[in-house]
Every structure is written in structure tokens, then in C-alpha cells.
Design a protein around this ligand. Structure first.
Ligand SMILES: *[C@@H]1O[C@H](CO)[C@@H](O)[C@H](O)[C@H]1NC(C)=O
Ligand SMILES: *[C@@H]1O[C@H](CO)[C@@H](O)[C@H](O)[C@H]1NC(C)=O
Ligand SMILES: *[C@@H]1O[C@H](CO)[C@@H](O)[C@H](O)[C@H]1NC(C)=O
Ligand SMILES: *[C@@H]1O[C@H](CO)[C@@H](O)[C@H](O)[C@H]1NC(C)=O
Ligand SMILES: *[C@@H]1O[C@H](CO)[C@@H](O)[C@H](O)[C@H]1NC(C)=O
Ligand SMILES: *[C@@H]1O[C@H](CO)[C@@H](O)[C@H](O)[C@H]1NC(C)=O
Ligand SMILES: *[C@@H]1O[C@H](CO)[C@@H](O)[C@H](O)[C@H]1NC(C)=O
Length: 500
């Protein structure tokens, strides 16, 4: 059963009407965390969240971000499109992160606008696109509490509907929780109108600041020592340039990784409380069985794998695989689904639930049917015949240059920080496209890098889950050529043709 914390008795006594939408359209609540991995047990701290979905709902296992970076991935969640179509390519304004193309062409046809047309009351709270600066409330949101800039935990500004409001000492996750509780309380009293809410807390993004009540609770936890932890390449054909040029992590960096790993988990405890309180409120307002709740993250994270300190932006499972939990009408209990899914699929799925048409420009597909037929999973082979595109444009320019580290401005490196002992975590030529292949019972990835070596990496995840053994240069030429053609197609795909 759910815990029922801090729900006002007023509410319990006075709540009469139920939040059933027009024509019984369901409510939809999307929780979008930041940089939360699944490979390094990033869901572990969310004990109550996991219980909520375990008792009634689905756990989806093969879920991938289309781009392992916040801004492009969030743009994909909101549009249902690959980055090469929505054109938010990196975290810079110049790379389309809240640039003019986004505001003029993408936002007017994004998910909140479409759901508003379906009669939904819409709400956003938390990190939006990294370069959002509070200039205006994006279209489609009835209520908007959008963070200016990138994730932080204290000392931030929110665009709260018509005003900008700055806070020094209020822990951001807790503030978002209060806004969301208030919205849901109001929305569930509005008989006849369903709601759509996105809540995007800063956890577990840097600077990994836990709420004071959670600080130190994981002090005895260490970063997971996967077989790839602090492993260097053995031959130059093992990994692409950035990873191949890594040096072993020193003691002080290992200690930093352990500390950040603990703190990341601690930041997620406030998210767990938020989810539990939102679910308890939905329960007490009797809206819980008419509400889809989705829990996911924009991208994963690595901590020490292949001697890369702490970041996303690499084409490995740590970075590209994300958690996904779903519960709601028609989703059977104890559903455990291995169908390949991209975060692009959320927008079409949500529209499908909301009785809307899925627009031509979307690149994903609805997984409504897969969820409903979860327990016949093995019968439904077609959903497995799928390839997912992962695309990434390496970052590195004069703004990311750190003069305190031993690199030149002209090297176009990024994320070279003193706390990582100047290991650079990105570079301009860390640009790649991968196809994550689940066809014919395979479990593979094939990646091509846009660098001067035309480097290739490929792994058979069924045999080699930690991606130690690059098969890219051992494949038959015909097989490699077919993957290359498929990638060529996918990186240019548009509309529903992207769903292959
Ligand atoms: C909010 O702040 C942004 C700059 O960060 C500014 O452009 C905008 O006009 C402000 N909006 C209001 C309503 O004050
Ligand atoms: C709060 O943020 C502002 C602007 O980003 C910065 O100038 C200031 O030093 C910060 N204050 C604290 C206490 O961190
Ligand atoms: C909920 O409704 C109350 C009373 O109308 C209002 O003051 C409050 O701002 C609303 N909260 C949200 C988040 O809409
Ligand atoms: C929701 O559904 C469950 C399972 O059918 C049921 O036990 C519970 O009472 C329902 N809750 C509400 C608020 O209707
Ligand atoms: C992001 O992409 C734009 C357009 O390609 C580029 O100008 C910019 O330098 C990139 N940002 C970083 C940090 O590399
Ligand atoms: C990638 O960029 C770095 C820095 O500019 C350069 O030293 C290196 O040779 C490049 N590697 C490849 C494979 O393109
Ligand atoms: C690439 O697209 C072309 C044109 O649609 C198609 O004929 C071809 O089979 C595709 N190749 C692969 C490997 O998917």
C-alpha cells in the first residue's frame, strides 16, 4: 500500500469529485530525472518509486535515449523526433538548444500544444532546455515553473508563469514537489478536465547536492566496480580516440568518483519522496487509477568505465540506456517488458492515450499496445524487429576550453576539469551515430565515428554486456556494409520512416 504523507485533512474531507477527464481521458504525469543511469543501479535509491510501479505497473528494460545529452534528449521527449529532425544538436544555444528554430518551428507543434488541443490542462515544473532563460512561457503550458538554465539545487531562478522568481535556500526538488502537489490538488477538483504534467527535477545531475536531510545517507557506498571500471584499451583498435587516449584514473580521482556516486544517489532520495507524495495525493483524490505515471531520465551516466571519470556523451550502455517505469489504465500488474523503446516513443504513446492523432513528423511509435499485451510479450515478435538510432555531435569549442588543463584551445576539448584530474570528457571529434539492433533476437550495437580515422565500434551485448570486446574490425565486410547503409538511412530518416 501507499504511504500517505502530508495530505491535508481538508482535502481528504472535502474531496468529492474525481479527476476523470472528458470522455474519460486519462491524466498523464511524466517524471523526467536528469542524468540518471540504469546500468550502475541508478534506480536503487528510489525504493518507494520502485514499489509503486512493482505493485501495479510495468518495468521496461530495453529503453534508450536517442542522444546521450540533456538538451537534445529533452527536445526529443517533447517532439517525438530524432535530433537530426528537431535540430537541437547539443547543449549550446548555437547548437539549437532553445535557439530560434526550436522556438519558432518546434515548440508550436510540441506535445503540450497537442494535448491542450485534446482538452488537457498542462503543467511543467523543473529543468526545461538548458538554454531556457525565462524570456517567455513556451506555448501550450497552462502553468509553467521552468528553471532558467541548467540543473542546480540552490540559488536558481524559475519562470513562474508571468514572473521570474529567484530562490537562494529552497531545495529545488522540494519546491517542484510543492508546485506539483498544488497543481494536482487543483486539477483533480476540476471535474471533466484531464491533466498533463511534466516534472523535471535536477537530480542526479552535477553538482550532485543532496537535500540536507539526505546528506551522508550513502556515505558507505562506493561507485560500482564494473568489469570495465578504470580499464584502459589494450590495442588501438579497441576504442575511439577520446577513450583510447585516456590514462588510468589516479587515487584522488577514484575517491572523487566514489563521492559523486554517493551524492548522486542521495540527490535521488528527494525525488523518491516527491514521487511517493504525488502518488499518495492521486490516491486520496481517487485519481490514481485514471492516471498514467511515467518515470524516466533524459540520458544515462558513466562513472569510471574505460577510465572515463563522470559524464554521459559516450555510446556505451551506461550512457545511452535509461530507466522507464509506467503505470496506468490498461497496464497490467507485474509487467516486465523487453521490447526495444526509444524516448522518442513517449510523445506518440502519450498522444495515443489522450485519444489524439500521431502527427506525421514524429519518428517514434506508440507502445500502448505493447503495454496492454505485456503478458503475451513472446507472441508479439514484430515489436522486437527494431533498430534504434543513437546520434551524437561531440562538443568542444573556445567556450569549453579550460586553460588550467594541459590542452590547447585548438584541440576543441570539453569537460576537462580539475576534479577529473583534467581528463577531458568530450571533444569535437567524439561525434558518432550508432544503430542499436534488436532484430532476429540479436542484442547488438554498431557505431561509426565522424573522426579522421572513420573509427568503428561494435559489440554483441548478449556475449559481452560490458562492451570490452570491439567487433567493429572483425565483422564480415558485407555485414559492416549493411550496417553502414542502415546508419546512412537512419541518420537522414524523417517521419514514421524512422521507425524501422
Ligand atoms: C525573466 O527574465 C528574462 C531574462 O532572464 C527576461 O528576458 C524576461 O523578460 C523576464 N520576464 C519577466 C516577466 O520579468
Ligand atoms: C547565486 O547565483 C548568482 C548568479 O548565478 C551568483 O552570482 C552568486 O554568487 C550565487 N550565490 C551563492 C550563495 O551561491
Ligand atoms: C491552486 O489553486 C489555488 C487557489 O485557486 C491557487 O492559489 C494556486 O496558485 C493554485 N496552484 C497551482 C499550482 O495552480
Ligand atoms: C484503484 O485500483 C485498485 C486495483 O483495482 C483498487 O484496489 C483501488 O481501490 C483503486 N483506487 C481507487 C482510488 O479507486
Ligand atoms: C554546438 O553546435 C554548434 C553548431 O554546430 C557549434 O557551433 C557549437 O560550437 C557546439 N557547441 C559546443 C560546446 O561544442
Ligand atoms: C580528435 O581530435 C584531437 C584534438 O583535436 C586530435 O588530436 C585527434 O587526432 C583527433 N582524432 C581523430 C581520430 O580524429
Ligand atoms: C536504405 O534505404 C533505401 C531506400 O529507402 C532502401 O532501399 C534500403 O533497403 C535501405 N538500406 C538498409 C540497409 O536499410
Amino acid at each position: 500500500m501507499l504511504n500517505l504523507p502530508i495530505v491535508s485533512t481538508f482535502l481528504v474531507l472535502c474531496m468529492t469529485s474525481l479527476a476523470r477527464g472528458t470522455g474519460n481521458l486519462p491524466n498523464i504525469l511524466l517524471l523526467l530525472s536528469d542524468d540518471q543511469d540504469v546500468e550502475l543501479h541508478g534506480m536503487f535509491p528510489l525504493q518507494r518509486t520502485r514499489e509503486l510501479f512493482a505493485s501495479s505497473g510495468a518495468q521496461l528494460h530495453n529503453v534508450y535515449t536517442p542522444t546521450p545529452l540533456c538538451c537534445p534528449s529533452r527536445a526529443s521527449v517533447l517532439t517525438g523526433q530524432y535530433a537530426h529532425n528537431h535540430r537541437t544538436l547539443n547543449n549550446s544555444y548555437s547548437g539549437g538548444c532553445y535557439g530560434s528554430h526550436w522556438r519558432e518551428k518546434m515548440e508550436p507543434q510540441a506535445l503540450p500544444v497537442l494535448l491542450k488541443q485534446q482538452g488537457y490542462r498542462t503543467f511543467y515544473a523543473g529543468k526545461y532546455l538548458n538554454h531556457y532563460s525565462g524570456d517567455e512561457v513556451p506555448p501550450g503550458w497552462d502553468e509553467f515553473y521552468g528553471l532558467h538554465g541548467n540543473s542546480r539545487y540552490y540559488n536558481y531562478t524559475l519562470r513562474e508563469n508571468e514572473r521570474n522568481v529567484s530562490y537562494m535556500d529552497m531545495y529545488l526538488t522540494d519546491l517542484l514537489k510543492e508546485r506539483a502537489l498544488s497543481f494536482i490538488r487543483n486539477a483533480t477538483q476540476q471535474e471533466g478536465q484531464p491533466f498533463f504534467a511534466i516534472i523535471a527535477p535536477p537530480a542526479a545531475h552535477a553538482p550532485y547536492t543532496p537535500a540536507p536531510r539526505h546528506a551522508g545517507l550513502f556515505a558507505n557506498v562506493k561507485a560500482l566496480r564494473t568489469p570495465s571500471f578504470n580499464q584502459l584499451v589494450k590495442t588501438p583498435l579497441d576504442k575511439h580516440w577520446l577513450v583510447a587516449s585516456s590514462k588510468a584514473l589516479k587515487q584522488n580521482t577514484l575517491a572523487t568518483i566514489d563521492k559523486y556516486f554517493q551524492q548522486r544517489w542521495e540527490t535521488l532520495l528527494a525525488v523518491d519522496e516527491m514521487v511517493a507524495e504525488l502518488a499518495a495525493l492521486l490516491d486520496v483524490t481517487e485519481a490514481i487509477n485514471d492516471t498514467y505515471i511515467i518515470y524516466t531520465s533524459d540520458n544515462g551516466y558513466h562513472m569510471g568505465q574505460f577510465a572515463q571519470p563522470f559524464d554521459k556523451r559516450q555510446p556505451y550502455e551506461t550512457d545511452i540506456r535509461v530507466p522507464l517505469l509506467i503505470r496506468g489504465p490498461g497496464v497490467p500488474v507485474h509487467c516486465s517488458l523487453h521490447v526495444p523503446i526509444s524516448l522518442l516513443d513517449l510523445a506518440p504513446t502519450i498522444l495515443d492515450w489522450a485519444g489524439g492523432l500521431i502527427p506525421e513528423q514524429m519518428n517514434g511509435r506508440s507502445i500502448k499496445q505493447d503495454l496492454e499485451h505485456c503478458h503475451d510479450e513472446k507472441l508479439d515478435g514484430a515489436s522486437y524487429q527494431r533498430t534504434l538510432l543513437i546520434e551524437y555531435w561531440g562538443e568542444g569549442n573556445s567556450h569549453t576550453f579550460n586553460p588550467k588543463c594541459p590542452w590547447q584551445l585548438s584541440d576543441n576539448m570539453a569537460g576537462c576539469t580539475l576534479d577529473a584530474d583534467c581528463h577531458c570528457q568530450d571533444t569535437r571529434n567524439n561525434s558518432y551515430a550508432c544503430v542499436r539492433d534488436f532484430r532476429y533476437h540479436m542484442d547488438r550495437i554498431y557505431c561509426e565515428f565522424q573522426d579522421k580515422e572513420n573509427f568503428v565500434e561494435a559489440y554483441d551485448l548478449a556475449q559481452d554486456p560490458y562492451q570490452m570486446n570491439n567487433l567493429g574490425f572483425d565483422m564480415l565486410p558485407i555485414e559492416r556494409a549493411l550496417y553502414s547503409l542502415l546508419l546512412h538511412n537512419l541518420t537522414k530518416c524523417a517521419g514514421p520512416a524512422c521507425y524501422t
